[in-house]
Structures are given as C-alpha cells and as structure tokens.
Write a protein that binds this ligand. Structure first.
Ligand SMILES: C[S@@+](CC[C@H](N)C(=O)[O-])C[C@H]1O[C@@H](n2cnc3c(N)ncnc32)[C@H](O)[C@@H]1O
Length: 479
C-alpha cells in the first residue's frame, strides 16, 4: 500500500472557518487561579498560559494511506474550522498504539502523579484494576469465540499476538486515563465519586444477581446475533415511541425496553470499553466546566440531560455541580427508573456533603419533544445517543435544544468519534454499524458544526476528545 504524508491540517484554510471566529477572537473571562489551567482545555489558539499537558505523543506524524487524503473532508478535520481545539484532539487524531515503547514513560508519569498527590492514588488503583480485570475478561471472551463467520467471532490468536494486542490496549488505556487525571489536577472536574470498592461491589448478593442476569442476557444477545435474521422486535409498543426506537440495539435482548436491559447496561458498556467509558464521557465536562466559569452564574443553574440512560453519568455531573437543578430525561421508562435508583444511591452516599443540594426531576420524554418551558435551561447535554438516531431525529433534538436553552446557554453533544477523529480507525469505524446500529454509518459522516449552526440558533464553542469519544459544544445565540 502506498503512503503519503499529510501535514497538520489548518483550520484557517478550511472553508468552514466562518464559524471559527467566535472562540478564537474573543478573550474568555477567566478569573481564578484554576482558570488558567482550564484554558488548556479550551483551545490551543487562545494564548497559552499553561502548556497543555498532553500524553506522550507518537514520534512522528502518522503515515496515512493515499486514499485517506480524501479523509480531509471528514467531520473530524472539518471540526477544526468550527471549534476551539485543544492539543488532545490533535493527539488522538494521529495516535498509533505503542506495544511497549511508552511503558517506561507512563510508569514514570503515573509515579510522579502519585508522589505529588498521594491522596489521589486511589484513582490509579481503581482505574487500573478495573482496566486489567475488564480487558482480561474481554480478551478471554474473544478467545472462547472461535467461529470466524460471526460478527463477534475471532480465530484463536497466537499467544504472541494476544500479548501484543494487550500491550497496545494498555498503552491507549494509560493515555486515556492520564488525560482524564490531568483534567482533574487542573481543576476542570472532580475525581470520580465512586473510587472505592464499597461502591462498585456494594454487596455480594447484588453482584451475584447482576452476574446471573448478565450471563442470561448475554446468551440471548449472542444467540440473536448468530441468527441470519436477528429478532429486532421489542415487546413494548405505543404511539409515544418513534418508529426507529421500536427495535433492539446492539442485538441487546429487549432493546431499551426492559429492566433486565437497564440493569446490565453499565456492566456491558464497561466490558466493551474495558472500564474507560467514564473517562471518555467526562470530555463533556471539558465543555461544561469552562463554560460555567466563564458565565459566572449568580443564580442556580438549570441543567437538562437528554437520553440519560441509567443515569450513571448524571451522578458525576451532579457531583461536580451539586447546587444546580436537574432534569434527567429518557425515552425508556426502565432506564429512567434505573437513573432514579443510581441518583438515589449518590444522594445517600455523597449528597450529605452538600448543604445546598439542587433538585432532580425525572422526565419520560423523547429528546425531540421535551415537556419543558422554552428558554428555561442553562445547559442541555446528550451522551451517546446521537449515533442511535436517524438524521431527521438528530435535527429534531437539536431544534428542541435550541428551544429549551436560554440565550447564551450551552448545548453539549458527546458521542462516538467520527471519521477523521482517529485516522487509523477510519477504515474500520463504519463496521460498528453492523452491530445492530442502523444509524451509525450516517452518524460518522455528519458534519455537526454545520448541522447545528446553520439554523443560526447556535455558535460553535469547543471540541474535546478522549480515545473513542468526542464532545462538540455550542452556545445558544442571543435572541
Ligand atoms: C446508548 S444509551 C446512552 C445512555 C447514557 N446517555 C449513557 O451515556 O450511558 C442511549 C439512550 O438513549 C435513549 N434514547 C434513544 N432515543 C431517544 C430519544 N429519541 N429520546 C430520548 N432518549 C432516547 C435510550 O432509551 C437509551 O437510554
């Protein structure tokens, strides 16, 4: 295969740069000591007081296959013309997993983190244990699957190939966690609240029960995947649910429509992302945090989460901004119930720390039509749902966000990377669409800078990325 060298792509040369002026030309109003550190999370084109602390980068720019030059039209590159781009976005774009060459540097860096702040050692203990256990479990499952004709199937790999694969996974996990941890040390967001075994294990009985449900549901899911015509129906029907919603996703038995599905969702995605999902989702906070500091609100914030699922992420949001009032919404009553349980657990174990806790309202509604007043929310965010929606539903959610947000409010869209965000993944990215994700292929080529801003309701704010997740954020234009 022939290769060409593609130089760093400059947003200034891009046709879309008409939108770039917003973040680049206007000085942001940061004030506190921590604020300068937040800037590193904002945009490299803003004068840097703090050198952005980015994980070790590969030695040279990535060599791209010739046909990838067309990739410069991919959303990942086009984003450069719209958003404030921190160095971490450039880093992930050209990231090539290393087998072992970065290991010494990772160990040196993590040791220095722990020495500088021993109280935070639990972060490393907890996240690395989680990664080790879950990646071993995932590799073990793959090893057991010998039938190459299935979607999940892999031939038995040689031991050497498995070790190489594991070392690469470790390298990317360490980059992901270092980026997450550095955001904590900069004050962009807090350490996760659930870093002790007490939270993850709660009690032996409930873990055993979860494992039982998990294996039963996984078996049904695997059986379904192996059928030439998988059963994608769900048992709960009704005019309330849009047509695209009335089918399974990921071949998950019951789709979003059962409490069994809601109970295993977090365990399943943890396994899929080898324990890195939380760190990736926290890129949403890299938009919310500087926005809130910049806005310096003098009254309570109203924060709305669309498609909150089991509400796990909502507990982290509330842990960071406990005084805000929240609306947590989803289209699945089963997932919404789980979100309530998760939030109740957070309140019971963490909420007492705060003298002035805001409220939470659970709302069963589609993101396209929220039963909320116009111009009532300061922040509206959605995590991992846009790739599940057909293009017209994405636009309806964006329009609804424009209606519900106050002028100047923040819209945060966190989801899978798209083409051009992780160049080496580009050729394989679309294949996730085969995993019973009917709208994924249209999602990865959607230019959200244009889709969101072309109505004139939004202007672009920031882009953030960690591993396989990106966050695009937008400000509601003033009326
Ligand atoms: C992949 S899960 C993501 C859940 C959660 N945001 C997270 O990050 O864990 C997708 C969620 O979107 C919800 N959903 C899908 N379409 C929706 C829509 N049109 N309106 C509201 N929720 C929707 C599903 O019920 C499900 O809970």
């Amino acid at each position: 295969m022939a290769f060409v060298h593609v130089p760093a792509f400059s947003s200034r040369h891009h046709r879309a740069c008409r939108y770039s002026v917003n973040i680049r030309s206007r000085p942001l109003a940061f004030s506190s000591v921590q604020d300068s550190t937040v800037q590193a999370c904002v945009a490299t084109t803003i004068e840097k007081e703090v050198e952005p602390t980015i994980p070790v980068s590969p030695a040279s720019p990535v060599q791209l296959p010739v046909e990838h030059v067309e990739g410069l039209q991919s959303p990942g590159y086009i984003d450069d013309g719209y958003f404030g781009i921190p160095d971490s976005v450039q880093f992930w774009r050209s990231y090539v997993p290393a087998e072992s060459s970065n290991l010494a540097e990772h160990i040196r860096q993590i040791t220095s983190f722990v020495t500088n702040d021993p109280a935070n050692a639990q972060y490393w203990f907890h996240t690395l244990t989680r990664f080790t256990v879950l990646s071993a479990a995932r590799n073990g499952l793959r090893y057991l699957q010998t039938n190459e004709d299935t979607i999940v199937g892999r031939r038995h790999a040689s031991t050497g190939a498995m070790i190489t694969a594991q070392l690469k996974l470790l390298d990317q996990a360490l980059h992901t966690l270092r980026q997450d941890y550095e955001n904590v040390t900069r004050g962009t967001y807090k350490l996760p609240w659930d870093l002790t075994l007490q939270h993850s294990s709660q009690n032996v009985f409930s873990v055993l029960k979860l494992l039982g449900t998990f294996s039963r549901m996984s078996q049904r899911q695997a059986d379904n995947m192996l059928q030439s015509e998988p059963d994608i129906s769900v048992w709960l029907d009704g005019a309330f649910f849009p047509k695209y919603y009335k089918q399974t996703y990921h071949f998950q038995a019951d789709g979003w429509m059962s409490s069994d599905s809601a109970n295993i969702y977090d365990a399943q995605t943890e396994l899929f992302f080898t324990g890195l999902q939380d760190a990736m989702e926290r890129t949403a906070f890299c938009a919310m945090s500087p926005y809130i500091r910049e806005a310096k609100p003098t009254r309570k914030l109203n924060i709305v989460e669309v498609a909150a699922g089991t509400g796990r992420f909502a507990t982290f949001t509330r842990d960071n901004w406990p005084q805000a009032d929240y609306v947590i919404s989803d289209l699945s009553p089963f997932y919404l119930q789980k979100a309530r349980e998760n939030m109740n657990y957070w309140e019971k174990t963490q909420g007492k720390k705060y003298s002035n806790l805001g409220s939470v309202r659970y709302v069963h509604a589609p993101g396209e039509k929220l039963p909320l007043k116009s111009a009532s929310a300061d922040i509206l965010y959605a995590v991992y749902v846009f790739h599940e929606l057909p293009p017209e539903a994405r636009r309806a959610v964006i329009n609804e966000a424009a209606r519900v947000l106050k002028p100047g409010g923040l819209f945060v869209l966190t989801d899978s990377v798209q083409r051009g965000d992780r160049v080496l993944e580009d050729f394989d990215l679309a294949s996730f669409g085969d995993f019973n994700e009917p709208w994924y292929r249209t999602y990865i080529d959607e230019n959200f800078g244009d889709v969101v801003c072309s109505s004139g309701n939004f202007e672009p704010y920031l882009k953030n990325q960690n591993l396989l997740t990106k966050t695009l954020s937008f400000k509601r234009t003033q009326a």
